[in-house]
Design a binder for this molecule. Structure first.
Ligand code: ADP
Length: 477
C-alpha cells in the first residue's frame, strides 16, 4: 500500500486503488491511496503553514535540496524508468529517458534558485528608486495526467519549489506510482514538512477540492480540454491564477522537396512513439502530392516493422495503450474514420501478446480530408492520418485549420518555406525537419488556441506563472 504525503507524514486514504500494468493485466504494481476532500484540506493547511519559512529561508539550502532530488532521480534512472514503463506502458528506454529528463529539470531549477533577479529602474520622479522583484505565490495546486507520469510532475514541482512556493500535487489516478516515488525522493532530500504534499485519487474528488480551495493561490494543470475548461472556470470564479496545458492535433507538413527518409522517420516517431499518447504527437500528416505515394509506402513499411509488445521486453518499440477506456476511444475513432470515408492504409488491429494487455497496431488513414472528425478531434492513440495537398500554401492553411496549436512541423529542403512556416504556423512550438514531439527541458513549452491557456511552462519562462511581480518605490531620506 502506498500512501499520501501530507504535512510530512505518509497517511492512508479512505480507500485505495490498484495500479495495473497495461502490458500485463495480471501484474498489479501496488495499491495507491485515494484521498478525499478532507485530506486535501489537510494538505493545503500544511502547505500554507510551511510557506512563510520556506519562502524566506536560505536559497542556498533550497538549491541544495533540488540538486539532491535531481541526483537521486538520475542515479535511479533504470529502476524508476522500469516503474514508469510498467505503470504507463511506454517502452523501458522511453521510461528511462523520461526519468532522466525529470532529473535534468530539477537540476536546472536548482540553479535557477540562486539566479533569481529583479530590475532597478529610473523613476520618472527625481530622487526615487524603483525596483521590480518577483515573489512566490503561496500554495500552488498541481494536477497532472498519466502520459508523462514523472516528467510533468517534475516540470511543475521543480519551478514551484525553486521560486519559493509550497506544493500540493494530485497525479493521475491510473499512474500515480512515478509521482509517489518522486514524492519519496523529495522528502528524503530534506524538504521541510508541509512544503511538498502528495494527494492521490480521483479528479472529480481530489482535483475539484484542490481547484476550489480558497487557500490555493494558483493551479497548474495538464490534461484534457474538457477538464481544463472546467478548471479555468472554477479558478476564474475565485480569481485564482491558472495555467492549462491541454490537447493537440499537431500537423507534420511534408513537402515534395523533403528528404524522404527524414520525413518518414519524423512521422513514425511523432505519430507512434510512446503509443501516440503525447500531446505533441503528429496526428495529421499533411503531404504534398509529388511525394505522397512514396511517403505513404515507406511509412507503412516502417509501421509494419515496428515491434509492438510488452513495454518491459527488450526490443519493444511501441508499448500498449494505457487502459481500457483509452483503447475504447482509439477503436471508436478507427470506426469513425472508416465511416467518414477515410482509407485505412494499414494497422488498427488489436494484438495478442504473451501477456494480456491493451495492444494495438499503429494505424494510418489515407485519403482523408482535414474537416473529418479524425483530423479535428484529439484521439490520443497510435493513429495518424495523411491529408494530401497541392502546394505549400495549401499545406500551411491545413496545418493551421484546427482548434489546437501546440506543435507544428515541416519537412523541407527549402529555406524559404521553412522560414515562412516558422513565422506563420499558429502553434507554440515549430519544428523543421524534426518530429513534432520531443522538446528540450530548458526552453518554453506550450501552445496557442485550444492547446494552452496562461503562461508557458519550463525554462526561465516558468517564473511567469510561479511568481508574482512587485514594484517597489523608495525615497531615500
Ligand atoms: P486524461 O484524459 O489525460 O485523463 P483528464 O483531464 O481527465 O485527462 O485528467 C487529467 C488530470 O486532471 C488527472 O489528474 C485527473 O484526475 C484530473 N481531473 C479530472 N477531472 C478533474 C476535475 N473535475 N477537477 C480537477 N481535476 C480533474
Amino acid at each position: 500500500m502506498q500512501n499520501n504525503l501530507i504535512a510530512g507524514s505518509w497517511v492512508q486514504g479512505p480507500d485505495a486503488v490498484d495500479n495495473i500494468n497495461p502490458s500485463d493485466l495480471d501484474d498489479v504494481i501496488d495499491s495507491y491511496a485515494r484521498a478525499d476532500a478532507g485530506q486535501v484540506n489537510d494538505a493545503v493547511a500544511a502547505a500554507k503553514a510551511a510557506f512563510p519559512a520556506w519562502s524566506t529561508g536560505s536559497i542556498q539550502a533550497r538549491a541544495g535540496m533540488l540538486a539532491a532530488v535531481a541526483a537521486e532521480i538520475m542515479a535511479r534512472k533504470e529502476e524508476l524508468g522500469e516503474l514508469l514503463a510498467r505503470e504507463e506502458g511506454k517502452t523501458k528506454p522511453e521510461g528511462i529517458g523520461e526519468v532522466m529528463r525529470a532529473g535534468q529539470i530539477f537540476d536546472f531549477f536548482a540553479g535557477e534558485v540562486v539566479r533569481q533577479s529583479g530590475e532597478k529602474i529610473a523613476s520618472v520622479r527625481p530622487g526615487i528608486d524603483v525596483e521590480i522583484t518577483r515573489e512566490p505565490l503561496g500554495v500552488v495546486g498541481l494536477i497532472t495526467p498519466w502520459n508523462f507520469p514523472i516528467a510533468i510532475p517534475a516540470w511543475k514541482i521543480a519551478p514551484a519549489l525553486a521560486y519559493g512556493n509550497c506544493v500540493v500535487i494530485k497525479p493521475a489516478e491510473i499512474a500515480p506510482g512515478s509521482a509517489h516515488a518522486l514524492a519519496e525522493i523529495i522528502q528524503r532530500a530534506g524538504v521541510p514538512e508541509g512544503v511538498f504534499n502528495l494527494v492521490m485519487g480521483k479528479g472529480s474528488v481530489v482535483g475539484e477540492a484542490l481547484v476550489n480551495h480558497p487557500d490555493v493561490a494558483a493551479i497548474s494543470f495538464t490534461g484534457s480540454v474538457e477538464t481544463g475548461k472546467r478548471i479555468a472556470a472554477n479558478c476564474a470564479a475565485r480569481l485564482a491564477k491558472v495555467q492549462l496545458e491541454m490537447g493537440g492535433k499537431n500537423p507534420l507538413v511534408v513537402l515534395d522537396d523533403a528528404d524522404l527518409g527524414t520525413a518518414v522517420d519524423c512521422a513514425l516517431n511523432g505519430a507512434f512513439f510512446s503509443t501516440g499518447q503525447r500531446c505533441t504527437a503528429s496526428s495529421r500528416l499533411v503531404v504534398q502530392k509529388g511525394i505522397h505515394n512514396a511517403f505513404v509506402d515507406a511509412l507503412v513499411e516502417k509501421m509494419q516493422a515496428l515491434k509492438v509488445d510488452n513495454a518491459l521486453l527488450e526490443g519493444t518499440q511501441m508499448g500498449p495503450v494505457v487502459d481500457q477506456s483509452q483503447l475504447d476511444q482509439d477503436l471508436k475513432y478507427l470506426d469513425i474514420g472508416r465511416d467518414e470515408g477515410a482509407k485505412l492504409a494499414w494497422g488498427g488491429e488489436r494484438l495478442n501478446r504473451a501477456t494480456q494487455g491493451f495492444y494495438l497496431q499503429p494505424a494510418l488513414f489515407t485519403e482523408t480530408d482535414n474537416a473529418m472528425r479524425i483530423n479535428q478531434e484529439e484521439i490520443f492513440g497510435p493513429i495518424a492520418s495523411v491529408i494530401a495537398v497541392d502546394d505549400y500554401d495549401q499545406a500551411l492553411h491545413v496545418a493551421n485549420d484546427t482548434a489546437f496549436g501546440l506543435s507544428s512541423g515541416i519537412c523541407t529542403a527549402s529555406l524559404k518555406h521553412a522560414s515562412h512556416f516558422k513565422r506563420h504556423a499558429q502553434a507554440g512550438m515549430v519544428m523543421v525537419n524534426l518530429p513534432t514531439a520531443g522538446v528540450d527541458y530548458h526552453v518554453p513549452f506550450g501552445g496557442r488556441k485550444g492547446s494552452s491557456y496562461g503562461s508557458r511552462e519550463q525554462g526561465r519562462y516558468a517564473a511567469e506563472f510561479y511568481t508574482t511581480v512587485k514594484t517597489g518605490y523608495t525615497l531615500p531620506l
